[in-house]
Design a protein around this ligand. Sequence first.
Ligand SMILES: [Zn+2]
Length: 167
Amino acid sequence: MQKTHWKQLANTDYIGAYALGGEDLTLTIRETRRELVIGANGKKEDCMVIHWAEREYKPLILNRTNAKTITKLLTSAYVEDWSGKRITLYPTTTKFGGEVVECLRVRPTLPREAADIKCEKCGASIKPAGRMNVEQMAEYTRNKYGRALCAACAAAAAKEVTNNADG
Ligand SMILES: [Zn+2]
């Protein structure tokens, strides 16, 4: 049986392997910022923290390993570029103080959903826009313009509609 190190239980204000129930979890990054985290020993520590668009999920304290994975995955080291992007978390184990403990990692691959829906005009992969994820974006543009469109093509289509209305 997998044992639980006391440090794993220390801070349930933040998401950890305990919250995943052994499965992958895909979430949308809302904001990444520095904040003071109060640790198990009562010490305040300055940490990088990711907050999710799915507000029912607790924020993630970002360690170097996961920060590096996200940087590669989203091809940007700038946290502003991460907002609105979807990443997948998974539970695994690591060595901590000589013991094997549970931890949470970011998958080095984009969630499958992000690559699944192509723009029906230009063929590019539809990306999340504003508060909409890929599926919502596809559904919204399908309803409005009759086909699934990427943000750029949707903007062009909106312009066309306006021009036609003017003419
Ligand atoms: Zn397009």
